[in-house]
Design a protein around this ligand. Structure first.
Ligand code: NI
Length: 256
């Protein structure tokens, strides 16, 4: 059975077949899905999906690119969502200097506030960090992010950075990119990180693995990611499924 640790099924690209697709998951071996919020709206939608489907859990948080929408009033609303039964993480939160929008000071402020929130409610956090390696690590250390823990999702840095996060107790999220021919750096990271600290993720509808690169991604394609990981680590794919599922349940503290 497969633990999908990062998906966005509220996305409009699933409007046509969302229900049929989600309903097909149990028979396709997918028994846990974390649907991750990236704005106030998608946080609300993620929670609704989690209430609708037994195997879906929600993460509540605002992605760095969306932080311009935050203010004290709606941040208070976000804090309230953490009390909901199926909300298992704060995320996705972080820094994105690739697009550099909104300005960095705004991204940093709300990253710090959301780390503090995760610590306050004792939930793990889902970190999005793109082209912002140093500032992400500096802020996480200064804010004692390791006290809440979590995952560095869609990991895009090298082995040195992976070591820093492993030392802080974080998990490393690996998705479709590992199947790309030019993903040398991520393959090195996948080899380096112990299997008990890896989470399988799609980030769907984005990041479809080979041979579906560029198309709409879904959790059904996690098999390609798992097979590539098994190949890199020289182990049976069943072991990859089993361990990453245990990791997901441990990190998100899902008991059933
Ligand atoms: Ni995402």
């Amino acid at each position: 059975m497969i633990f999908e640790s990062h998906a966005h099924y509220e996305d409009a690209r699933f409007d046509e077949d969302r229900e049929a697709l989600l309903k097909s998951f149990p028979q396709n071996g997918i028994d846990y899905v974390i649907n991750v919020g990236s704005s106030l709206k998608t946080t609300k939608q993620s929670i609704l999906l989690a209430e609708q489907y037994d195997f879906i859990y929600a993460a509540a948080g605002v992605h760095p690119e969306e932080t311009a929408e935050l203010n004290e009033e709606n941040f208070a609303w976000l804090c309230e969502q953490m009390k909901k039964e199926k909300v298992v993480a704060v995320g996705e939160i972080g820094l994105d200097y690739h697009w550099d929008e909104p300005e960095r000071s705004v991204q940093k402020q709300w990253f710090e506030r959301q780390i503090a929130l995760a610590r306050q409610v004792s939930l793990p956090m889902i970190i999005h960090s793109r082209d912002a390696a140093k500032d992400t690590l500096d802020i996480m250390k200064a804010c004692k992010a390791e006290e809440a823990g979590g995952v560095i999702h869609c990991f895009s840095y090298g082995v040195e950075m992976a070591r820093e996060y492993l030392n802080m107790g974080f998990y490393i999220g690996i998705g479709g990119v590992v199947t790309f021919k030019n993903a040398k750096k991520l393959k090195e990271v996948a080899e380096y990180v112990p299997l008990d600290r890896i989470l399988l993720e799609t980030d769907c509808p984005y990041m479809a693995p080979e041979p579906h690169r560029g198309k709409r991604n879904s959790s059904l394609y996690l098999t390609y990611v798992a097979e590539k990981l098994a190949d890199i680590k020289g182990m049976d794919v069943e072991k990859v499924y089993e361990k990453t599922r245990e990791n997901g349940k441990r990190m998100y503290r899902i008991e059933k």
